[in-house]
Design a protein around this ligand. Structure first.
Ligand SMILES: NC(=O)c1ccc[n+]([C@@H]2O[C@H](COP(=O)([O-])OP(=O)(O)OC[C@H]3O[C@@H](n4cnc5c(N)ncnc54)[C@H](O)[C@@H]3O)[C@@H](O)[C@H]2O)c1
Ligand SMILES: O=c1ccn([C@@H]2O[C@H](COP(=O)(O)OP(=O)(O)O[C@H]3O[C@H](CO)[C@H](O)[C@H](O)[C@H]3O)[C@@H](O)[C@H]2O)c(=O)[nH]1
Length: 327
């Protein structure tokens, strides 16, 4: 099996990626410090505990496994936290990624797949965002991710590092087999918080802002199923292995859902009421983020067939009721 290094493989998206990679005939080697991830989520290949800040440990892992590519998911990724503690995000995400990129180049591993985000676009007056849209992040999380994108471009020019950069929109859902799923502690994402409220694990879901300039006053996002998202990564990896050029791809569906629409759909899918309270806007939130994602479909042949809102909620609900990890 072809070894690939997966940073953040113990986290939500990384663990699903490891499953997809193993299915596609790769050996996913998880490199993770378990800061927000789970040892029990590492099920599809070897585990190497380590921190991106530790260059010697990275060198050791590259030398041991000789991966042909890196898939880099490890990061801090909470918009609100990045507003209140920007230094943490710049240090952790940017310096950690610099260490990783330098270690990859030093080890002669020249294929790199990177988890970027629609947060790099910032607020752009409700336009559909495609890969050529300007990047004007309004929070330190998005700023840190844009900086890493720039770093990959510079290392490409200097050392021939080839990269596929994926700008994810909002990732949701879980592995339908229930082997892995979304489990953050604390949780900050809309759908799992809503399922907690439905289930009585929290009193209510707080809607962050009801006075936005949108049809129902709540923010709009483009939700993509985690299983579809990780399939794009397998395609991105093959793209690089085929010797193709560095590329940037959005991963979303092109359809926006407001917070209220997601709440209504969840009530339908679970057949339960969603306890809701209305709260203030959350600092750093964009009004509307919707993807132009034709490029991934046309160049990579990506087919996001599970990214239907009711399916994402259904899969998340199943995991919510039966899943979870012990460390
Ligand atoms: N969830 C989303 O909707 C979304 C949207 C856009 C982009 N992303 C990006 O996707 C990636 C994965 O997100 P996720 O939701 O799976 O997050 P997650 O928190 O579940 O997973 C991140 C993993 O990285 C590990 N990690 C963090 N810092 C590390 C370090 N310094 N060294 C080693 N391991 C470290 C954590 O322990 C965790 O297992 C992130 O880069 C995030 O920015 C996520
Ligand atoms: O309790 C909550 C949680 C969220 N929301 C709202 O629901 C929407 C989605 O919020 P999430 O926290 O689920 O997702 P974000 O859009 O903030 O963040 C996601 O997209 C970002 C890009 O904007 C980053 O990439 C990040 O990693 C990823 O989780 C936002 O309008 C948010 O204000 C609420 O109303 N109440």
């Amino acid at each position: 099996m072809t070894p690939v290094l997966v940073t953040g493989g113990a986290g939500y998206i990384g663990s699903h990626a490891c499953k997809a990679l193993a299915r596609a005939g790769y050996q996913p080697i998880t490199f993770d410090n378990l800061l927000t991830g789970w040892r029990d989520a590492v099920k599809f290949g070897p585990f190497e505990e380590g921190d991106l800040a530790d260059r010697a440990r990275l060198d050791e892992v590259f030398a041991k496994h000789k991966p042909v590519a890196v898939l880099h998911f490890a990061a801090l990724s909470q918009v609100g936290e990045s507003m209140s503690d920007p230094g943490l995000y710049w240090r952790h995400n940017v310096l950690g990624s610099l260490n990783l990129i330098e270690a990859a180049v030093a080890a002669g591993c020249k294929n790199f797949v990177f988890s970027s985000t629609c947060a790099t676009y910032g607020d752009q007056d409700g336009v559909v965002l495609d890969e050529d849209s300007a990047q004007r992040p309004i929070n330190a999380y998005g700023g840190s991710k844009r900086a890493i994108e720039d770093m990959l471009t510079d290392f490409g020019t200097a050392y021939g590092l080839k990269s596929v950069i994926f700008r994810y929109f909002n990732v949701a859902g879980a592995d339908p087999d229930g082997e892995v799923g979304e489990f953050h502690q604390p949780e900050t994402h809309l759908i799992p918080l809503m399922l907690d409220a439905i289930d009585g694990k929290r009193d209510a879901l707080t809607v962050y802002g009801t006075d936005y300039d949108t049809p129902d006053g709540t923010c709009i996002r483009d939700y993509v199923h985690v299983m579809d998202l990780v399939e794009a990564h397998v395609l991105g990896l093959k793209w690089l292995q085929d010797g193709k050029d560095s590329e940037v791809f959005n991963l979303g569906t092109g359809t926006g859902f407001s917070v209220r629409e997601v709440i209504d759909r969840s009530a339908e899918v679970t057949n339960r009421a969603v306890p809701v309270t209305e709260g203030d806007r959350r600092p750093g939130d964009c009004v509307k983020l919707v993807s132009g994602s034709e490029k991934a479909k046309s160049l990579l042949g990506w087919e996001p067939d599970r990214s239907v809102m009711s399916q994402m909620i259904k899969d998340a609900w199943r995991w919510h009721q039966n899943g979870g990890y012990d460390r």
